[in-house]
Ligand binder design. Structure first.
Ligand SMILES: *Cc1c(COP(=O)(O)O)cnc(C)c1O
Length: 381
C-alpha cells in the first residue's frame, strides 16, 4: 500500500459514494443506465477508486472530460465503457479506437476532420446536441440528419448514443430547462434508432425529474454526496452522503505574548497571551489565502485561522494548550461540530463543485471502505 509521511490528508469515504449511487438507482426507472462522471480525477476524489466503487454499485458507464483522463483509467485496468464528454482532437481518434473509448461527436465538421484519420477499427461516438447550453453540440435538425448519415456511411464511426446538457437544471425556475427539454425532443425526431443510449440528465435533472431521463443519466456531483445547488439541497428526494473530508494535525503549539504578530505581513496581533498552533496545510494544497480568517475544528470546537495562510502552513488560535499531533479538521466532522463542503464554498463565494477539485494532489487521499483504510493514494511517492 502507498504510504504518506505528512500530517495532512483527505479522506474519501467510498461507502458513501456507493450508497449515493445505489440510492439514485432506486430513484430512477428500472434499467436506466448510470454513467458515473469521474472527470477531473473524480472531482478531486480519485478517478480509479471512485470508478470502481461506482461500477460495483450500479453504474455501468463512466464519463470523463478529456481523452487523457479516459486513457488514465484504461491504464489503471478499468474496462467499462468510457465516454469522453469534451472535444477530442480529430487526429487522436485512432488512440480512442484502440482503447475502446467512446467519443463525443459534436459537429459535422468534427466528424469530417476526424474521418480523415481512418482509425484501425470504428470509434464509438455519442452525438452531442446543443439545446441551449451554448458549449458543444449540433443545434439544428438539418445538421443532425447529415451527421447521422455521415456516421452510418463511414467505416470510421459507430453511433451508440445521443445526448444534451442542461444549463439550469439546478435552478428552481424550470422555464429554461423545459425549453431545452422540448428542443431535445424536437431534435430527437430525426433519430430513428431509439435503442441507443439517449441521455440528458446531470445530477440535478436525475434527482428532480426521474421520469424525464430517457434511458441513461450522467451522475456527477451528487455521487460525491453534494447537492447540485442550494435550491436543490432543500428538496432532495433521498439523503446524500458527503464523501470528502480534509484533515491535518498540530505540528507546533506555543504560547505567544499579547502584541506578538503572526505570519507574513504581520497582519495578526495577539490581543492577549494566546495559544497558537501551526498546521501543515497551505495554499499550495488548495487551502487558498482567501480562506484566511475562516475556521477549523480542533477537539470538537471551531477555532479561527489567524494571520495569512502560507504556501504550506497556517496558524490557528487555540483556546488552550494542545499536544502535538492533535487532529485538525478543515472539512468534515469532529464530535458534534462539522464544516461542510458547502460552507467552504460559501466562504469562497463559489459552488461546492470547486472545493474538492481545488484540493491539490500534494494532499494524499485516504480511501475508507467498511470503516477501515482500503487504500492510500499519494501522488508524490
Ligand atoms: C460534468 C458534467 C456532468 C455532470 O454534472 P453534475 O452536475 O456534476 O452531475 C454531466 N454532463 C456533462 C456534459 C458534464 O460536463
Amino acid at each position: 500500500m502507498n504510504q504518506y509521511y505528512r500530517e495532512t490528508w483527505a479522506e474519501i469515504n467510498l461507502d458513501h459514494i456507493a450508497t449515493n449511487v445505489r440510492s439514485l438507482k432506486k430513484h430512477l426507472p428500472d434499467d436506466t443506465t448510470i454513467i458515473a462522471v469521474v472527470k477531473a480525477n473524480a472531482y478531486g476524489h480519485g478517478d480509479v477508486q471512485v470508478a470502481k466503487t461506482a461500477l460495483s454499485s450500479g453504474a455501468s458507464w463512466l464519463a470523463v472530460a478529456f481523452l487523457d483522463e479516459a486513457l488514465a483509467l484504461r491504464k489503471k485496468g478499468i474496462q467499462a465503457p468510457i465516454l469522453v464528454l469534451g472535444a477530442t482532437r480529430p487526429r487522436d481518434i485512432d488512440i480512442a479506437s484502440k482503447h475502446q473509448i467512446t467519443l463525443t461527436a459534436y459537429s459535422l465538421e468534427w466528424l469530417q476532420q476526424a474521418e480523415k484519420n481512418h482509425p484501425t477499427s470504428p470509434v464509438n461516438v455519442h452525438v452531442k446536441l446543443d439545446t441551449g447550453m451554448g458549449r458543444l453540440g449540433i443545434r439544428d435538425q438539418q445538421e443532425l440528419k447529415e451527421a447521422i448519415v455521415f456516421i452510418e456511411r463511414s467505416p470510421s464511426f459507430h453511433l451508440n448514443g445521443i445526448y444534451t446538457h442542461f444549463a439550469t437544471a439546478d435552478e428552481q425556475d424550470t422555464t429554461y430547462f423545459e425549453k431545452q427539454f422540448e428542443c431535445f425532443l424536437h431534435l430527437l425526431e430525426v433519430v430513428e434508432d431509439k435503442t441507443i443510449l439517449i441521455h440528458c440528465a446531470n445530477s440535478a435533472a436525475s434527482l428532480r425529474f426521474p421520469k424525464k431521463v430517457f434511458n441513461a443519466v450522467r451522475f456527477g456531483i451528487s455521487m460525491y454526496g453534494l447537492a447540485p445547488s442550494l435550491e436543490i439541497k432543500r428538496v432532495l428526494p433521498f439523503p446524500l452522503k458527503e464523501a470528502f473530508s480534509l484533515h491535518s494535525s498540530l505540528v507546533h503549539v506555543k504560547k505567544v505574548k499579547k502584541g506578538d504578530k503572526i505570519s507574513y505581513g504581520a497582519t495578526y496581533t495577539a490581543e492577549e497571551d494566546e495559544w497558537i498552533g501551526t498546521v501543515p496545510i497551505g495554499y499550495a494544497d488548495g487551502w487558498i489565502r482567501r480562506l484566511t480568517g475562516s475556521e477549523v475544528i480542533v477537539d470538537g470546537i471551531r477555532v479561527p485561522i489567524v494571520g495569512r495562510i502560507c504556501m504550506d502552513q497556517l496558524m490557528i488560535k487555540l483556546p488552550e494548550k494542545k499536544s502535538l499531533g492533535t487532529k485538525v479538521t478543515l472539512i468534515g466532522s469532529q464530535g458534534e461540530e462539522s464544516i461542510a463542503v458547502d460552507e467552504v464554498a460559501k466562504r469562497l463565494d463559489t459552488i461546492n463543485y470547486e472545493v474538492p477539485c481545488m484540493i491539490s494532489w500534494r494532499v494524499p487521499r485516504i480511501y475508507l471502505k467498511s470503516g477501515s483504510i482500503a487504500e492510500v493514494r499519494n501522488s508524490l511517492l
